[in-house]
Design a protein around this ligand. Structure first.
Ligand code: B1M
Length: 210
């Protein structure tokens, strides 16, 4: 079994300490940090999601796997920077109201930060008022909204619609994403940017301020 497969298996089993050790070993052995992130850590969460859907595991197992993944991400994070030192602008980001999923949002933050942005993380379960308060800072050029549940897509819509009403709307771009979100939905609710994953989000953020 390859080191990356070992990482994925340890994430699935929720073994946080083993994950951190394996990720460090993989880095020491010269595995590309993006491969460790995508094929080791992120793919494992996909497997966990399938198992949950098929009632093979339940919320507690999902939670320990999520924690193990987060620990692995902490180890790989310092190796993901692309060397962009200059601050390209400020991003506020959060998971919308009613939604507690933060792994994807954290990855997006991390990649955008690595691309040279200052990131203000509003956390999870963020009401639209908090996003609105966030853009009162004139340095904010990007607003990121994440939603992982079909049941929180209406909150995403409300947040984007509220941001679209603001008098300073031309100051910032709105980026949305998360598993149930599509380009079509993003267009429908009036978001500026939809991206499918964290790497694409970082590229889109750079393009948005270029
Ligand atoms: Co939840 N959960 N969960 N969960 N959970 C899903 C999302 C689900 C698909 C599982 C399933 O049934 N297969 C399902 C949603 C079904 C639906 O809505 N149709 C589900 C459910 C039902 C629930 C609960 C309702 C379960 C319950 O209590 N009965 C509950 C809801 C709680 C709430 O939020 N109110 C719940 C709870 C949880 C945990 C707390 C246990 C845990 C979250 C822990 C945490 O985040 N700290 C959890 C987990 C871990 C998952 C799965 C297994 C993994 C999510 C994840 O982290 N994926 C998930 C199944 C799955 O996704 N396959 C599932 C890895 C992550 C890297 O991917 O978040 O998609 P993702 O992010 C990607 C892209 O989407 C994108 O880039 C990211 C990185 O590449 N992206 C953006 C995300 N945000 C973006 C923003 C952008 C741009 C791109 O711009 C701003």
């Amino acid at each position: 079994m390859s080191k990356i497969q070992e990482i994925a298996q340890a994430v699935e089993a929720g073994k946080a300490k083993i994950v951190t050790g394996l990720v460090q070993e993989a880095l020491d052995e010269g595995f590309a940090p993006m491969d460790i992130l995508n094929q080791g850590l992120i793919d494992a969460m996909g497997v966990i999601g399938e198992k949950f859907k098929n009632n093979e595991i339940f919320v507690p197992e999902m939670l320990v796997a999520a924690r193990a993944m987060k620990k692995g991400v902490e180890v790989v994070k310092p190796h993901l920077g692309d060397g962009s030192a200059a601050v390209k602008g400020k991003l506020i980001i959060g998971t919308v109201q009613g939604d507690l999923h933060d792994i994807g949002k954290n990855l997006v933050s991390m990649m955008i930060e690595s691309a040279g942005f200052e990131v203000i993380d509003l956390g999870v379960d963020v009401p639209k008022e908090k996003f609105i308060e966030g853009v009162s800072d004139p340095d904010v050029v990007l607003v990121g909204c994440s939603a992982l549940l079909t049941t929180t897509m209406p909150a995403l819509r409300e947040t984007v619609e509220a941001l679209n009403q603001l008098p300073n709307r031309s100051q910032f771009k709105i980026m949305v994403g998360g598993a149930p979100v599509t380009q079509e939905f993003a267009d429908e609710i009036g978001a500026d940017i939809y991206t499918e994953d964290a790497a694409a989000a970082a590229e889109a953020a750079k393009a948005a301020v270029a």
